[in-house]
Unconditional design. Sequence first.
Length: 51
Amino acid sequence: ERNFWATRLGVSIEKLKSAVRATHSLDYQELKNYLQRSRTNKFKLKPYVKN
């Protein structure tokens, strides 16, 4: 499956794996920030909207 996507996107498998790891880190950081904001604003919770 990695070969399929790497070929389709025109990148190496290593580049594809690196991009996937980067997006996982980004999503984790966004979630972490949201949870931290929620803790500090217990009575002012707003739904998370990803831009």
